[in-house]
Ligand binder design. Structure first.
Ligand code: GLY
Length: 329
């Protein structure tokens, strides 16, 4: 099977396909893991992202449950370490109204199996979500690439699809057409929807992130207030995110967006108050005109798609691999 797209979704699907005995090739427009998978912070935190029962919510929880085994298996197959830790997350309220809303949200979440408990953070009311975790997405991509290399999977970087043929039997690249004798999977993130008329439209949702170097162990759990979050990798790097901009594929880092992010993040981690970030970047979340990712057959064709993971591509990768294999069975 040919996989179009070498981000965490495409590579995870390629890995599962190879494990199932399929011959797999990956075509990636630029460099594997160079877009959303590179930009992402790696929060595995349904507690901050959902509060009512929904198909997407069920998928997030199922994928979170798969994570320990996904990482263990990937480390074993690749021989590479991955910074994955179930550190939990603290959702912080900065005023009484926020605290009351946190409790109301926690009650709704308890009904769908998301646990949290009252806590404090720097004197502010908070709720602690013990099951939330974090992971380094760049380490996952490196491990997936190594596991695929060991399996003999061909990775063709710099070879992106321009369009999938209407009958789904192949695709065009800028260098020519390629027939996919053994099936095709579109997993090209925010670029997916534009590849075939039968696919659900996709669009980029740009986000800004920033990072600083601190001594390891400064932060335990992920800290968040709504969609502002701060977390620390095992090596000490502190990351903060993010914002949402629907402005097409424009990579520019806006200084004002970074400064706004730093100020919001400093409320959660005061050590950021007077320190400029050491790195600043943007990424394109793969938005989709649907309320959950597309995983399944492209209507009217033998080809498949797995894309549109929006804010949760890293979290949803293991379950996406499982669902793709179920759809192919
Ligand atoms: N999942 C975090 C974000 O999309 O910013």
């Amino acid at each position: 099977m040919i996989v179009i797209g070498g981000g965490i979704i495409g590579l995870t699907c390629a890995w599962r396909l190879s494990q199932a005995g399929r011959e797999v090739e990956v075509y990636e427009a630029k460099k594997c893991g160079g877009e959303a998978s590179w930009a992402a912070a790696g929060m595995l935190a349904p507690g901050g992202e959902m509060e009512s029962r929904s198909p997407l919510g069920e998928m997030m929880l199922a994928s979170l449950r798969q994570y320990p085994k996904y990482i263990q298996e990937l480390q074993a197959e690749s021989g590479r370490a991955i910074d994955y830790r179930q550190v939990g997350a603290l959702e912080v309220a900065f005023d009484d109204a926020g605290a009351e809303e946190l409790d109301r949200k926690a009650t709704r979440q308890a009904g769908i199996g998301i646990l949290s408990e009252p806590a404090t953070h720097n004197g502010y009311y908070a709720r602690f979500y013990p099951e939330d975790a974090l992971v380094d997405p760049r380490e996952i991509v490196a491990a997936l690439l190594e596991a695929l290399r060991r399996r003999g999977v061909a990775i063709r970087e710099g070879s992106g699809a321009v369009s999938v043929w209407p009958d789904g039997s192949g695709f065009d690249t800028s260098k020519g057409g390629i027939r996919a004798e053994d099936g095709l999977l579109v997993a090209a993130g925010a670029w997916s929807g534009g590849l075939h008329a039968g696919l659900t439209p996709t669009f980029p949702v740009k986000g800004h992130l920033a990072s600083w170097t601190f001594a390891p162990g400064l932060i335990g759990p992920i800290l968040r207030n709504g969609h502002t979050y701060v977390m620390q990798r095992a090596n000490g790097t502190v990351l903060a995110g993010s914002n949402e901009e629907r402005a097409g594929f424009h990579r520019t880092v806006r200084k004002s967006a970074i400064e706004d992010l730093r100020k919001r993040a400093a409320r959660l981690l005061p050590a950021l108050a007077d320190r400029a970030p050491e790195a600043e970047w943007t990424g394109f979340r793969p938005g989709i005109e649907a309320d959950q990712p597309f995983i399944g057959r492209i209507p009217g064709t033998p080809a498949f798609g797995a894309f549109g993971h929006y804010r949760n591509g890293i979290l949803l990768a293991p379950e996406t691999g499982s669902r793709l294999m179920a759809a192919l069975a």
